[in-house]
Ligand binder design. Structure first.
Ligand code: GDP
Ligand code: MG
Length: 179
């Protein structure tokens, strides 16, 4: 048996945003292909991994779910922001306050001296709740442009849009591979 020599690079991606925007569901959806039946607020540091093939190279994405961070900021925060390769900012398209918090999350990254050149993306989640959407694509796109981030509107819950969840992380994996 001839074994192919596989090189596997690991990239740490932090998923941040207010409580309840769907960070855990998004990472779960991506890493296990489904919407979790129930989620619990994670205590402490938690991450999920998925290996992807990008241009025939194996890449491991390590998604750090910041669930615990909202409540355990001080003790966990340093650990979170160490050796980060990319950031996913998440807001809930049905809740304006989660969009209004984004500048604070960006500040938080700056405060922890994240390299300004690492990929950052903006994700508006819960787009399946069509009649409850309060943050328009237009508004979100302006914010994304102003902060030099691509915008993805998606749903961790709805199957149709969940394919989009894969696309988000695939895009990120491509960027990371070529960085
Ligand atoms: P987190 O605190 O940011 O990690 O948020 P969770 O992933 O725990 O999700 C918070 C709540 O929003 C849960 O009740 C989820 O079932 C729900 N949720 C998460 N993503 C979606 C989504 O895309 N659509 C809908 N309708 N609900 C979602
Ligand atoms: Mg969570």
């Amino acid at each position: 048996v001839i074994e192919k020599q596989v090189q596997r690079r690991i990239f740490k991606i932090i998923v941040i945003g207010d409580s309840n925007v769907g960070k855990t569901c998004l990472t779960f959806r991506f890493c296990s292909g489904k919407f979790p039946e129930k989620t619990e607020a994670t205590i402490g540091v938690d991450f999920r991994e998925k290996t992807l093939t990008v241009d025939s190279e194996l890449i491991k994405l390590q998604l750090w779910d910041t669930a615990g961070q909202e409540r355990f900021r001080k003790s966990m925060v340093q650990h979170y922001y160490r050796n980060v390769h990319a950031v996913v900012f998440v807001y809930d398209v049905t809740k304006m306050s989660t969009f209004d918090s984004l500048p604070q999350w960006i500040d938080e990254c700056d405060r922890h001296n994240l390299n300004i050149h690492i990929p950052r993306i903006l994700v508006g989640n819960k787009c399946d709740m069509l009649d409850k959407i309060v943050i328009s694509t237009n508004l979100a796109q302006k914010f994304a442009d102003a902060h030099n981030m691509p915008l993805f509107e998606t749903s961790a819950k709805d199957d149709g849009r969940a394919n989009h969840v894969d696309a988000i992380f695939m895009t990120l994996a491509h960027k990371l591979k070529n960085s």
